[in-house]
Write a protein that binds this ligand. Sequence first.
Ligand code: ATP
Ligand code: MG
Length: 231
Amino acid sequence: MLSLENIHTYYGRSHILQGISLHIQPGETVALLGRNGAGKSTTINSIMGFTPPRHGRIHLHQTDITHQPPHRIARLGVGLVPQGRDIFPLLTVHENLTLAARHSHKHGWTLDRVLALFPALAQRQYARGSQLSGGEQQMLALGRALLTNPDLLLLDEPSEGLAPLIVTEISHILRQLRQEGLSILLVEQNLSLALNLADRLYVLNKGQIAFTGTPADLHYQPEIKHRYLGV
Ligand SMILES: Nc1ncnc2c1ncn2[C@@H]1O[C@H](COP(=O)(O)OP(=O)(O)OP(=O)(O)O)[C@@H](O)[C@H]1O
Ligand SMILES: [Mg+2]
């Protein structure tokens, strides 16, 4: 579904991603973990075309997307739930959703289906984005991405700043999406959420992959958990 080969990404002269290789098979949920500043969002932004890599290649299916603009990468089937949600605060829930909607026979996400998945949003359709709680905003960002009918969903710390009950709710929804066969790249600092959902994990440290394996593999590596994830 997605492959990153030896990606190097810079901000000006700062060499942030230093040779990242990462692969996602169709239908796989892959977690990308790491401390603050490890380069998780930069990885997402490199895939999405916001910060194109200076070296290395990124393929979606068989298509080279390394230097494609973000809107084209989105149209090729990548849905983004950005860190901090970035919903439109002055637009209503309904407007935020319908603005993003793109029809697809393949995946079949419609407004009604998204509202059925998130009953809290259905009840607040005519509230503005800014009037929603953090959890509702996160659901709106997720619903908006689903309405683009993506093949691959990128989620940048969906649990950030949310109460445990809401995190559990989001975890149930992501599990459901996974069961439906969606491919997911989940950036997280919440280790238990990532361990619960992911088929495989990558741990990022200072712009390099420090570990890759299954959740069970990581379980037997307490030193990796301690050194790179602080747990
Ligand atoms: N626009 C930017 N210009 C310059 N440096 C940046 C920019 N954005 C991020 N950085 C730097 O790049 C490094 C990686 O940042 P990134 O946002 O990818 O980390 P992260 O793993 O997503 O962290 P967090 O968990 O806090 O979101 C950090 O050192 C950060 O300061
Ligand atoms: Mg980040």
